[in-house]
Design a protein around this ligand. Structure first.
Ligand SMILES: *[C@@H]1O[C@H](CO)[C@@H](O)[C@H](O)[C@H]1NC(C)=O
Ligand SMILES: *[C@@H]1O[C@H](CO)[C@@H](O)[C@H](O)[C@H]1NC(C)=O
Ligand SMILES: *[C@@H]1O[C@H](CO)[C@@H](O)[C@H](O)[C@H]1NC(C)=O
Ligand SMILES: *[C@@H]1O[C@H](CO)[C@@H](O)[C@H](O)[C@H]1NC(C)=O
Ligand SMILES: *[C@@H]1O[C@H](CO)[C@@H](O)[C@H](O)[C@H]1NC(C)=O
Ligand SMILES: *[C@@H]1O[C@H](CO)[C@@H](O)[C@H](O)[C@H]1NC(C)=O
Ligand SMILES: *[C@@H]1O[C@H](CO)[C@@H](O)[C@H](O)[C@H]1NC(C)=O
Ligand SMILES: *[C@@H]1O[C@H](CO)[C@@H](O)[C@H](O)[C@H]1NC(C)=O
Ligand SMILES: *[C@@H]1O[C@H](CO)[C@@H](O)[C@H](O)[C@H]1NC(C)=O
Ligand SMILES: *[C@@H]1O[C@H](CO)[C@@H](O)[C@H](O)[C@H]1NC(C)=O
Ligand SMILES: CC(=O)N[C@H]1CO[C@H](CO)[C@@H](O)[C@@H]1O
Length: 575
C-alpha cells in the first residue's frame, strides 16, 4: 500500500466521526480554566485560537442530572461558548431539570454512554445555540424527534450505536441547518421518504439493516460523504443524488448489490469508491466516466471480466482492489489507467497473464496476482520495444507457474518478486537476466537446484527465500548474488554444504560490512559432523549458518552404514 494515500483516506473516515466535535481542537492548546476546583468532579479546559474562545466541560460518572447541575450551575461566564460532555452517567432525572439552568451557553453537547432510553423534551428547552449534538452510545429505540424543536441550529447530529429501528417521514426536517448526520450501528430497516432536510453534506448510515433508501438521498445536491456500508441494500438504482457534483466518498461495501446503479456515472466528483463484498458480476462500464476517481475497491464480488473500455475515462485511478472476484480476462482494460500505482488481482481465476495488460503504466508499483491459476506468463514480445512499467513488487505466489517464460526481462524497476507456492522445478538464469531484484521468494516449489552460478547475476539481491524445495547441496550457488544478506533455505534436502558458497558474497547493510545469514533448519546437513567445520570457516567470511539440528544421536559406525535415504529419515525424528 502506498502510505500517503492510505493516510488521506483513513483521515477522511476518521473525520466523519470527529466532525465539529474534537476535530477543530487539534492545533489548539488547552489551558486550565480558573473554576477548575469548584466544579469537581467535572473538569474543564479552555481553548483559544477559535473565532470565539471555548470552554470544554467534562462530567463523568455522575449519579444524576441534579448533581451535574449542582456542580456547574452559575460557575461560568456567559460570554464564552461551551462544550459540555456528560458521559458514563446516570441521568434518570433528566425530566426534572433543564440544561439552561446551568447558566452558560452550550454550543456543543455530548451525552454519550449514558444508557439513555428516552429523552424528555423539557430538558432541552431554550438550547437554541446548540450546533453539535451527540447522543451516540445509548439505548434509544426511537429518534428523539420531540427534542429537536428546541435545537433548530443543530448542524451535526450523531445517533450512532443506539437501537433505533426506523426513521419516520419528517423526523429531521425541522433541522434545516443539519449538514452532518451519523446514525451508524443502529437497527434501521426503514427510512421513510422525505425524512431529511436537503442540506446534508456528510451522511453515515453504516451497519444498520437497510434494504432500501426510499429516495431519501435523491435530492441531496451538496452531499460530500456517504457511508452505507454493512447494510442489506440490493439496489441503488434511482437512489443516488441527482445533479450532485460534490460527492467525494461513497462506501457501499458489505451490501447485496447485484449491479452498480447507472447514475454512478453522473457523480462527477467521486474520488473514493468502496464497493467490496457485494454481488457484482460486472461493472457494465458504470465507472467509465468517473474522471476524478482515484481509489476503487471492489474486493469480494463476482466480477468475471472487464471490458476493454471499462475504465475509459477513469484515468485518475491510482489504487484498484479487485481481489476475491472471478476474473478470467482483463481485456486490456487497465491500459487507460495511466496513474495506476497499485493493483490487487489476487484470488481470481486468471490462467494466463500477459505483461501487455500493464504495458506503459509507468506509475504502477505493486501488482498482486497471487492466488490465481496462472500457468503461463506472456506478452514479452509485445513489450520488449518499450520498458513495460515501473513495477517494483510483483506477487505471483500461489499459482501454477513452472517458468517465467522470459516475460520479466527488461523490467529494470522490479525489486521484489514472489513466486513462492508454484511449480518451478528449476529457474532459468536467462529469465532473471538484467533484473535488479533485491528480494526473491521461490519457496514452496520443486527446485532441486538453484540457477547455475556461472550464468546468473543478480547484483542487488539481498534476500533469497528458497525454503521448502528439494535442494540437495550448496557449493557455488551464491556466486551470482554478490550482496546477499539473508538466505532462507530451510526445509530442503540439503546434505552437503561447501565453504566456497560464500566466497563471492559480501553483505552490506547501509554500506557497512555485515553478516550473511543462512538459515538451514530442517536440512539433513545439520546432522553432519563436517558441517560444524564448514560453518566455522564461513564465519571468518562474514557468513553465519543457523538452524536447530534435530537428529537422533547416532554412533559413528551406525551412521557410517546409513544410506542417504536413511539419514533424511532420521532427521525427521525430533529429539
Ligand atoms: C448501562 O447498562 C449496562 C448494562 O445494562 C451496565 O453494565 C452499565 O453499568 C450501565 N451504565 C450506566 C452508566 O448506568
Ligand atoms: C437485521 O434484521 C434481521 C432480520 O430482521 C435480524 O436477524 C438482524 O439481527 C438484524 N441486524 C441487526 C444488525 O440489527
Ligand atoms: C433488529 O430488528 C429486527 C427486526 O426488526 C429484530 O429481529 C432484531 O432482533 C433487532 N436487532 C437488534 C440488535 O436490536
Ligand atoms: C422521495 O421524495 C422525493 C422528494 O420529495 C421525490 O423526488 C422522490 O420521487 C421520492 N422517492 C420515492 C421513492 O418515493
Ligand atoms: C467501507 O466500509 C467497509 C465495510 O464496513 C469498511 O471495512 C471500510 O473501512 C470502509 N472504508 C472507508 C474508507 O470508510
Ligand atoms: C448495462 O448498462 C446498460 C446501459 O446502461 C443497461 O441497459 C443494461 O441493462 C446494463 N446491464 C446490466 C447487466 O446491468
Ligand atoms: C490483495 O488482496 C488480498 C485479499 O484481499 C490481501 O490479502 C492482500 O494483502 C492484498 N495484497 C496486497 C499487496 O496488499
Ligand atoms: C511471498 O508470499 C508469501 C505468500 O503470500 C508470503 O508468505 C511471503 O512472506 C512472501 N515473501 C516475501 C519475501 O515477502
Ligand atoms: C569490508 O569487507 C571487504 C571484503 O572483506 C574488505 O575489503 C573491506 O576492507 C571491509 N570494510 C570494512 C570497513 O571493514
Ligand atoms: C556396517 O556395515 C559393515 C559392512 O557392511 C558391517 O560389517 C557392520 O556390521 C555394519 N555395522 C553396523 C553397526 O550395522
Ligand atoms: C467484455 C469483453 O471484451 N470480453 C472479452 C475479454 O477477452 C476474452 C478472451 O479474449 C473474450 O472471450 C471476451 O469476450
Amino acid at each position: 500500500m502506498n502510505n500517503s494515500r492510505w493516510t488521506s483516506v483513513l483521515l477522511v473516515t476518521a473525520c466523519v466521526f470527529a466532525v465539529g466535535g474534537t476535530g477543530f481542537l487539534l492545533d489548539d492548546t488547552p489551558l486550565h480554566c480558573s473554576v477548575r476546583r469548584s466544579i469537581s468532579p467535572c473538569t474543564c479546559s479552555y481553548f483559544t485560537g477559535m473565532v470565539r474562545p471555548r470552554i470544554m466541560v467534562i462530567c463523568q460518572k455522575m449519579v444524576s442530572f441534579e448533581s451535574v447541575i449542582a456542580a456547574l450551575q452559575n460557575k461560568f461566564d456567559a460570554v464564552f461558548d461551551y462544550m459540555l460532555n456528560i458521559e458514563y452517567s446516570e441521568l434518570h432525572d433528566l425530566d426534572t431539570r433543564r440544561f439552561n439552568e446551568l447558566g452558560f451557553p452550550i454550543v456543543d453537547l455530548k451525552l454519550t454512554n449514558n444508557n439513555l432510553t428516552t429523552l424528555p423534551d423539557e430538558a432541552f428547552i431554550g438550547m437554541n445555540r446548540i450546533r453539535i449534538l451527540y447522543l451516540s452510545d445509548n439505548r434509544l429505540s426511537a429518534v428523539p424527534t420531540q427534542i429537536f424543536k428546541h435545537m433548530p441550529s443543530i448542524e451535526v447530529l450523531n445517533l450512532a450505536r443506539n437501537s433505533i429501528h426506523s426513521v419516520a417521514s419528517g423526523d429531521f426536517l425541522i433541522l434545516s441547518l443539519m449538514n452532518t448526520f451519523v446514525m451508524a450501528t443502529n437497527n434501521l430497516t426503514d427510512i421513510t421518504n422525505g425524512s431529511f432536510p436537503t442540506t446534508l453534506r456528510k451522511v453515515q448510515l453504516g451497519a444498520n439493516n437497510l434494504t432500501e433508501l426510499n429516495g431519501n438521498l435523491r435530492n441531496q445536491k451538496d452531499l460530500e460523504w456517504l457511508f452505507l456500508d454493512d447494510n442489506r441494500i440490493k439496489t441503488l438504482d434511482g437512489e443516488l443524488p441527482i445533479d450532485n457534483d460534490k460527492l467525494i466518498v461513497l462506501n457501499v461495501s458489505n451490501n447485496a448489490l447485484g449491479h452498480l446503479p447507472p447514475e454512478l456515472n453522473c457523480l462527477k466528483a467521486l474520488r473514493y469508491f468502496y464497493c467490496t463484498f457485494n454481488q457484482l458480476t460486472g461493472l457494465n462500464k458504470t465507472l467509465s466516466k468517473s474522471k476524478k476517481l482515484v481509489w476503487l475497491e471492489l474486493t469480494g464480488n463476482r466480477i468475471q471480466e472487464l471490458a476493454s473500455d471499462e475504465f475509459e475515462e477513469a484515468t485518475m485511478i491510482e489504487v484498484l482492489e479487485l481481489s476475491n472476484n472471478c476474473i478470467k480476462h482483463l481485456n486490456k482494460s487497465l491500459l487507460a489507467l495511466t496513474q495506476l500505482s497499485e493493483i490487487n488481482l489476487s484470488f481470481n481465476k486468471i490462467t494466463e497473464f500477459s505483461l501487455a495488460e500493464i504495458k506503459g503504466l509507468k506509475e504502477l508499483k505493486l501488482v498482486d496476482l497471487s492466488h490465481n491459476a496462472i500457468s503461463k506468463l506472456s506478452g514479452h514480445s509485445e513489450i520488449i520495444s518499450e520498458p513495460v512499467t515501473g513495477v517494483e513488487h510483483l506477487k505471483l505466489d500461489h499459482n501454477e507457474l513452472d517458468s517465467l517464460g522470459g516475460s520479466l526481462i527488461g523490467i529494470t524497476t522490479l525489486s521484489k518478486l514472489n513466486i513462492s507456492h508454484n511449480k518451478f522445478t528449476d529457474l532459468s538464469p536467462y529469465h532473471l537476466t538484467g533484473l535488479n531484484l533485491k528480494i526473491l521468494d521461490v519457496s514452496h516449489n520443486l527446485l532441486h537446484i538453484l540457477p547455475d552460478s556461472s550464468q546468473i547475476h543478480l547484483p542487488a539481491l539481498e534476500t533469497l527465500v528458497a525454503s521448502y524445495n528439494v535442494l540437495t547441496s550448496l557449493s557455488k550457488d551464491f556466486h551470482g548474488y554478490p550482496v546477499l544478506c539473508h538466505a532462507d533455505l530451510e526445509y530442503n534436502s540439503i546434505m552437503s554444504i561447501r565453504e566456497e558458497l560464500v566466497d563471492m558474497t559480501l553483505c552490506k547493510l547501509h554500506g557497512v560490512n555485515s553478516t550473511l545469514r543462512i538459515y538451514l533448519e530442517g536440512n539433513p546437513v545439520l546432522c553432519d559432523d563436517n558441517t560444524r567445520l564448514v560453518t566455522k570457516a564461513m564465519e571468518l567470511k562474514h557468513a553465519e549458518v543457523s538452524g536447530i539440528a534435530k537428529c537422533v544421536p547416532v554412533t559413528n559406525d551406525i551412521k557410517y552404514n546409513m544410506t542417504d535415504i536413511d539419514t533424511s529419515a532420521i532427521t525427521v525424528i525430533v529429539t
